[in-house]
Design a protein around this ligand. Sequence first.
Ligand code: GGG
Length: 366
Amino acid sequence: MSRPFRIAVLPGDGIGKEVMPEGLKVLKTAADKFGLNLEYRHFEWASCDYYAQTGQMMPDDWKSHLQDCDAIYFGAVGWPAIVPDHTSLYGSLLKFRREFDQYINLRPVRLFDGVPCPLANRKAGDIDFFVVRENTEGEYSAVGGKMFEGTDREIVLQESIFTRIGCDRVLRFAFEMASRRARKHLTIATKSNGIAISMPYWDERAAEIGKEYPGVTTDKQHIDILSARFVLTPDRFDVVVASNLFGDILSDLGPACTGTIGLAPSANLNPDRKFPSLFEPVHGSAPDIAGKNIANPIAMIWSGALMLDYLGRGLTGAAQKPYLDAHDAIVKAIEDVLVQGPHTPDLGGKASTSQIGDALSKVLAK
Ligand code: GGG
């Protein structure tokens, strides 16, 4: 028998600690049903509680605990009452993304049956696309500084970083993905009219990489009108590729247009598989609802399904079918529970976080 897949489990902060047990509950049901071989390593760090005890988000040797894992299952980070948000994010999640070169952040946007859509006249199937977010550079940089602090001459400067390698690899991933989909269409988010150096460069690289994919149609849209079109005509999108910040914003906006951010999963991928990839809900720690057992755990559960799909596809060679089947079965159970209920309050229901995990497990186990 081959060795188990090793999964690092980091619930993090706030509702991360509430949705994680439901994700693990559903993974256990899937493992029992499909004979999956999963082994977990649990860590309480990458959290603001750990910071409160130690003055840092993670131990100095954090990498040694994670680098021989096959995947990282992550909840949410941030508790601004204890730690400033930029300190908690740069001290944990952004370290994982960078040090493990998880340069793709793949975020599905899908309208499900049974979920009230805030946009008029949309039904399930109308909205079903992916945001491919650059995940290691761009506007997320700590490069810059302050001068004349505390005076009226105060200057604050922060650089954006767009490298050729960084642009090309995310653009190529997005083109490749679009080329395998039925509609074969890629939307390139930009702002090259206002951001006059880095964004024209991003456009240039997109045009260059696009030459490798003559079968993929493209449109380039400035982020302002693109955001408006997410709301007005979300059915026109297939794959959308964006820089780090634009991708972050679009991948909250997209799920909001499909009813709730509480469903949206994400995969932070190191496609070369030299390092572990990380799977987490798009939502954050939500201090306003934390501790109430009302957070929707489906984003965490769907992220777990994406993790199984990733594990099942392996480094090379044949896919491991039970893992791919388990992914499909979890997504089907999500579809069923969204239609028949119960629902958490973000979807107009009264169910608790743990009741959704129980309901999904029950449907999955059938
Ligand atoms: N589970 C995702 C999470 O904790 N997100 C916190 C956050 O602020 N993330 C910003 C980002 O993804 O760049």
